[in-house]
Design a protein around this ligand. Structure first.
Ligand SMILES: Cc1cc2nc3c(=O)[nH]c(=O)nc-3n(C[C@H](O)[C@H](O)[C@H](O)COP(=O)(O)O)c2cc1C
Length: 373
């Protein structure tokens, strides 16, 4: 993580910038085409409000949250900001768990449960809420400016109801086929998530090796394939990369890892320290934590269980969560998912508003002076 002092930042002249494509800005009601990625508990109301107040779009990750917690968080964002924000939900199907494979996984994890004094490995459960009628009603009554989905999107009829309530709907694609499917289902914008991205991959096509395309290759192909604005995600941490995303056909960017360096992000000290020390080759794509491919910093879990069998997302999480919790309690990182993208060494330790100012100022140096269309 790069520490940036005030003097390293140029005086911001963010009001002068003219983004090459403005469709996404109009759609989302924002000034800067930067979306802070939803990041579960790490991107809480303070970060979301700070990002939205700075003219970008803050995203509240509601995927793992209960309805009550989601409502409280929305209220906190609204108390701190009157600007547009995004609510993110998971649209994954129920896990298909084969009991023989589950027993293999439990046997492999038993050693680590013993090591941490956790007793027997439990039977798998379905540990994350699915997108349901209650969550739909929550959206329809709170009417955020934007709603984004990961791991697929609800059926077209549900998407239509969200749009009728005045929300912009976005979905994550990791292939051109997924992008087309999301557009067909009614998405107003597509988040093209490249392999560099930190955290869980949004891939919703079943099959090994699907959706492992780099941002540089994916974004222009998705931009050619769909009519709606494309948001580039994965490995973007400074203005050079934002300008590159526009050159590839994107209308905006979604950035996760770089926002983990912000003071408003909820990042435990050992995770923050691991981010600070990480180098370019320190991330791994793994299914070991949740069953879904996700990019994390290397640790004992990814090193020792790289070849381990896993069960379907999110049932795998019900087997590994106790390990992460036990480690977190003693400030260890060995078995904790430390989600991070490949641009992690470019993360800066700044308040969110200063990071956005820096990203916008840096972008200006690389962007054409007139809109391209
Ligand atoms: C800590 C962390 C948690 C994440 N959680 C979510 C999530 O809950 N929902 C989601 O749509 N994307 C999630 N993502 C993925 C981001 O949406 C995005 O694709 C990614 O951060 C972009 O790559 P970058 O991290 O290199 O900027 C997460 C990413 C990180 C780093």
């Amino acid at each position: 993580m790069t520490k940036t002092s005030g003097e390293a930042l140029q005086k911001p002249q963010t009001d002068e910038i003219r983004w090459p494509r403005s469709g996404l800005l109009d759609l989302l009601g924002i000034t800067h085409p930067i979306i802070q990625a939803p990041m579960g508990q790490h991107a809480g109301p303070a970060l979301v409000a700070a990002v939205s107040n700075a003219g970008a779009l803050g995203s509240l990750g509601c995927g793992p949250m209960s309805i009550g917690s989601t409502q409280r968080r929305i209220a906190q964002v609204r108390r701190a900001s009157a600007r547009p924000f995004n609510l993110n939900f998971f649209a994954h199907p129920a896990p298909l768990v084969d009991s023989d494979t589950a027993d293999l996984v439990r046997a492999r994890l038993a050693f680590y449960y013993g090591l941490l004094g956790l007793g027997a490995v439990p039977r798998p459960t379905d540990p994350l809420p699915r997108f349901d009628e209650k969550r739909l009603q929550l959206i329809l009554t709170t009417r955020p400016r934007a709603v984004s989905f990961h791991f697929g999107m609800p059926p077209a009829a549900t998407v239509a109801r969200i749009k009728q309530a005045g929300c912009v709907v976005m979905g994550s694609a990791t292939t051109v086929t997924e992008a087309r499917a999301l557009e067909e289902q009614g998405a107003d914008a597509i988040i093209a998530q490249g392999i560099e991205a930190g955290g869980p991959r949004g891939t919703f096509t079943r099959g090994d090796g699907v959706g492992l395309i780099g941002t540089m290759a994916l974004v222009p192909q998705v931009a050619d394939a769909v009519r709606v604005p494309v948001i580039a995600a994965g490995g973007i941490a400074d203005g050079r990369a934002i300008a590159a995303a526009f050159a590839l056909g994107a209308s905006g960017v979604q950035i996760g890892t770089a926002f983990l360096g912000c003071q408003e992000a909820v990042v435990p000290a050992p995770y923050r320290e691991a981010l600070r020390q990480a180098s370019d080759d320190d991330t791994r794509l793994t299914r070991v934590f949740t069953g879904q491919p996700a990019r994390t910093l290397r640790n004992r879990m990814t090193d020792e269980l790289a070849d381990a069998e896993v069960i379907d997302f999110p049932a795998q999480l019900s087997l590994t969560r106790a390990l992460a919790k036990a480690c977190a309690k003693s400030a260890r990182t060995d078995f904790v998912p430390l989600w991070a993208g490949q641009a992690v060494p470019l993360v800066r330790s700044l308040p969110a508003a200063a990071l956005i100012e820096a990203l916008v100022t840096e972008s200006r140096a690389w962007l054409p002076r007139h809109p391209v269309h």
